[in-house]
Design a protein around this ligand. Structure first.
Ligand SMILES: Nc1ncnc2c1ncn2[C@@H]1O[C@H](COP(=O)(O)OP(=O)(O)OP(=O)(O)O)[C@@H](O)[C@H]1O
Length: 915
């Protein structure tokens, strides 16, 4: 019992360190929406400044502390002004990498100045042993706990009570609204960066007497601190403190009771948090979720002649290279493969995963054991490593099914670190006796000696060919139907699901392909010498790899090559040394600064600039051909919708539907039916529950009760994409188009129905097929023929609204649910839309549900109208019946002022139902 208490008390001290670190991270996240990877580095800088001033320049201790904290605060403000402000319109991924670049610059500068050994720094907190509740602990832990609590209370009060705190919250929630009230978002962000970084500095200074002063020391705290921040949802200071303390206590108890499993203590609390987060996450984001600006994407087009020439030249260079240069080429290409795996999962599928190195290590681990323990030849071991890592990649994908953004990044980083400490660092699993890794010896490939030790050029040539092969597979994926689905999911998960795309399967697929590529890199890294050494696969290196991916252009196939050249030990670093001898010593710092400049200069990475230039040259050279292509390979649309493409005429029956949001009953026991070939209107005042009804029918909201049947099929409880595939298609009030795709690709995403084999086939032979007949008819009906190659971002407001409906129609639904399709259209456009809706029912045979505020349009188009008020159905019937219904008049009149109501009652002129 005493032991339990003693370890709990020790854990409180540890937890206080986590909490202190986490509070600064939360503070900056609240103020700027950025996860600051440079937090630990800023703290470390402050600690070094304080240490140098106090020990080497005789500055009094507390003055030195003040200077350290001040420098940290200044670094925060500078980070905001020089990096984050120029990146304010960039994707959140680019901003995250901005902080990473700051991290690299600060750590490289610190290594240059102070070296990378650990200094023991005496602290000012008393460290006598004291007895608390029968257990002995060092007094400084109690002080740290008290400081953590005091800082938490101060921050809580500052952000809840002060004008500055209110301003920060206002800016975080709605920047433009806050600006219109006179808050300067820029000033508030700068202040938060300054304050958060000063706190990082103070934390760093307080912590180093406990953990020692070193450049990398603070990163070891990072994961637990991030976990504490996750518990506090990056917003609550008290919950973050509690999270930090509980993690500290659990880790401490585990070191006492679970010492025989490597890495258990560090991993368990993290894993529990990950599971809770995933359980509490949502399969699809909520309505109105803010959609981030996304990194630009390349086309994935391969120019065979240029590629063949490039490969031939590269092979020649490899053959002529010295062993050192061959090694540098291998390093560059292996890192390029790692980055290529990030292009698939983050660039194409939009999932910020920080697991690349963990997956690479897994590949090396499997292949290493296959060779060392089971005596498999290299060819088979390579295959086993690559394929065997795919299931692990899918495991990493599970959190992505229910979490996104920063949360996903941290969970994947944590899972990767767990794998690293529990498997890769476990000497029972990852070393052969007498070796510091898995001893695999020298390799041959189909009888040719390719040992990286004896023939570095041959090994480099092998890596080159495999890189080209992997890049071609990724290029195929980008151009394929499957690639389009990945990009649709990246752009908007809700819209993708509504079109029948299995969002979960798509994400799993991206993680699977990415894992295979990372594993290939891992095997090639591991087998270049005679034993697979797992220090090559540090989980935190995944953060740097993501940074390099963004610098190169995370959506571009050439991105990996550019990104990789910025790393140490690669071709880029060797060239640097050639140009200025001795440069390699400065290379990490210079590399960090170049990263910063590149990122600030071009947020979409080098790949995009290159892509634009190539495209411009090509356009000039091949103007005629590209004109032909713009005209498109599409066939002429048939006169009417071919029977084969008509949707099955199925009635939709909704019975007893009730939707609750906490205490609000948005839809109350609603029943209605939609018959094929007929248009049903759903009207009601603002907030009556119309969109909630569509959400519940299409599966976006889980109703409290009720049933949905399409024909004979009971769709109650099925997921959004399965309802869409069954024949329910919807449009959204806020359109939810795939903004970074062309009109044509938006339509393809809707009408493609690839089978399970397509996922594999697309990696080898991406097929493109013309739009099916019914979509061509829709294109003509909605007047989109000349816009097919345009990007959605270039369309006018009216065109966007038409595309949203055309896209829903392209899925060939039995029932089409339109949510306010005429909002914002002119009278002429609305009349044209009304005619179109009518034709969709009469000529296409669909059942249409029309939610509209334009009552005139509803009355003119619909066969039947359902009226909602406060979620309840108050009337149903033909337009005339509804118009005459006193309950409807009362509901609508309730919306009007008394004068308007009086005016409306006597005659038809002011009648809100007919006007
Ligand atoms: N996610 C949510 N959480 C809590 N309440 C919600 C949520 N979504 C909607 N509501 C509430 O449910 C009720 C119905 O909203 P809904 O948007 O479905 O109405 P609507 O008829 O479509 O309104 P509008 O015509 O303004 O679009 C409203 O009171 C709304 O505030």
């Amino acid at each position: 019992m005493d032991d339990i208490l003693r370890f709990a008390l020790l854990g409180l001290g540890l937890g206080a360190l986590y909490a202190l670190t986490a509070q600064g991270i939360v503070l900056i996240y609240r103020g700027s929406g950025v996860l600051n990877f440079a937090h630990g580095a800023i703290g470390m800088t402050a600690a070094y400044v304080q240490w140098e001033l106090a020990t080497q320049h005789g500055v009094p201790y507390w003055t030195a502390v003040g200077c350290g904290v001040l420098v940290a605060g200044l670094l925060g403000v500078l980070t905001h002004l020089l990096v984050m402000r120029p990146l304010r319109r960039a994707s959140s991924l680019a901003r995250l990498v901005g902080t990473l670049a700051v991290f690299i610059v600060l750590t490289a500068a610190a290594v240059k100045r102070y070296g990378d050994s650990v200094q023991l720094v005496p602290g000012k907190l008393p460290s006598d042993l004291v007895e608390v509740a029968g257990a002995t602990v060092s007094e400084d832990r109690i002080w740290l706990l008290a400081i953590a609590i005091a800082i938490t209370v101060a921050l809580h009060l500052l952000y809840k009570r002060s004008l500055f705190g209110l301003g920060t919250t206002a800016v975080a929630e709605n920047q433009s609204a806050a600006s219109s009230l006179g808050w300067s978002a820029d000033l508030i962000a700068a202040a938060n960066w300054g304050l958060g970084s000063a706190l990082a500095g103070l934390t760093g200074i307080l912590i180093v007497p406990v953990i020692g002063l070193s450049v990398s020391g603070l990163t070891t705290l990072l994961l637990s601190a991030l976990a504490a921040a996750l518990v506090g949802r990056f917003s609550s200071f008290p919950v973050t403190l509690a999270g930090g303390l509980v993690i500290g206590i659990v880790q401490s108890e585990l070191t006492r009771f679970g010492t025989d499993v490597t890495g258990l203590a560090g991993s368990v609390p993290f894993l529990v948090i990950a599971v809770v987060l995933v359980a509490r996450g949502r399969a699809l984001p909520l309505r109105g979720t803010f959609l981030d600006r996304l990194p630009a994407l390349g086309t994935g087009r391969v120019r065979p002649v240029a590629l063949a020439v490039a490969v031939a030249v590269a092979l020649l260079l490899v053959a002529l290279s010295t062993p050192q240069w061959a090694d540098a080429i291998t390093n560059t290409l292996v890192l390029s493969l790692i980055i290529l795996s990030i292009v698939v999962v983050t660039g194409y599928a939009g999932q910020v995963s920080l697991a690349a190195y963990a997956l690479a290590g897994t590949g090396a681990f499997i292949a290493g054991h296959a060779v060392a323990d089971w005596g498999w030849p290299f060819e088979l071991a390579l295959l086993a490593g690559v394929l065997g890592t795919v299931p692990i990649g899918l495991l990493f994908a599970l959190p992505a099914v229910r979490t996104r953004g920063v949360n996903l990044a941290i969970i994947t980083l944590g899972l990767g670190t767990t794998l690293e400490v529990m498997v890769f660092q476990n000497t029972d699993l990852a070393t052969t006796p007498g070796s510091d890794g898995i001893a695999v010896g020298k390799q041959t490939l189909f009888g040719i000696d390719i040992s990286g030790v004896d023939h570095p050029q041959r090994y480099a040539a092998l890596v080159l060919l495999l890189f080209v092969g992997a890049a071609l597979v990724v290029a195929n994926l980008r151009r394929s139907r499957t690639g389009r689905r990945l990009i649709a999911v990246r752009a908007n998960e809700r819209a993708a699901a509504a079109l029948g795309i299995g969002v979960r399967a798509t994400k799993l697929y991206a993680f699977g392909v990415s894992a295979a590529i990372a594993a290939l890199a891992g095997v090639l890294t591991g087998f270049r010498s005679t034993s697979v050494v797992f220090t090559d696969f540090a989980s935190f290196d995944s953060i740097t790899a993501l940074g390099l991916a963004v610098i190169g252009g995370v959506g571009f196939l050439v991105g990996p090559l550019f990104g990789a050249t910025f790393a140490a030990g690669t071709v880029g670093a060797r060239f640097g040394d050639l140009v200025v001898p001795g440069l390699s010593e400065w290379m990490p710092l210079i590399g960090g600064i170049i990263l910063l400049l590149t990122l600030v200069g071009n947020q979409d990475g080098i790949g995009q600039g290159l892509g634009k230039q190539t495209a411009a040259v090509e356009r000039k050279l091949l103007r005629k051909r590209s004109d032909d292509r713009a005209a498109g390979p599409q066939a002429t649309p048939p006169e009417s919708v071919p029977d084969a493409h008509r949707a099955a005429p199925l009635p939709l029956r909704v019975t007893g539907l009730t939707v609750r949001y906490g205490g609000v009953v948005a839809v109350d026991d609603l029943s209605f039916a939609i018959e094929p070939g007929r248009v049903t209107g759903l009207i009601g005042p603002n907030g009556a529950g119309k969109t909630s009804a569509i959400d519940a029918v299409t599966g976006f909201t889980r109703p409290a009760s009720g049933a949905v049947h399409l024909g004979d099929r009971d769709l109650t409880g099925t997921s959004v994409h399965l309802r869409a595939r069954a024949g329910l298609s919807r449009s959204f009030q806020s359109l939810e188009l795939f903004e970074d795709m062309t009109v044509l690709d938006n339509l393809y995403a809707a009408c493609d129905r690839p089978g399970p084999w397509t996922y594999l086939k697309d990696l080898i032979r991406p097929g493109s097929r013309p739009l099916p007949g019914q979509v061509l008819v829709a294109v003509r009906e909605f007047g989109l023929e000349s816009s097919l190659d345009r990007s959605v971002g270039d369309l006018s407001y009216g065109e966007r609204r038409l595309l949203a409906i055309a896209r829903a129609v392209a899925t060939s639904p039995s029932v089409l649910l339109l949510d306010e399709p005429a909002a914002g259209l002119s009278d002429d456009e609305t009349r044209e839309l009304a005619r179109l809706v009518r034709r969709l029912a009469e000529e296409w045979g669909m059942g249409v549900l029309l939610v509209e505020h334009d009552v005139d349009m509803v009355m003119s188009v619909c066969d039947q109208v359902v009226v909602l008020d406060f979620g309840r159905r108050i009337s149903v019937g033909t337009p005339d019946e509804v118009r005459a219904d006193p309950a409807v008049r009362a509901a609508y009149l309730g919306d009007l002022s008394p004068e308007e109501a009086e005016e409306a009652v006597p005659g038809a002129e002011g009648d809100p139902v007919s006007a």
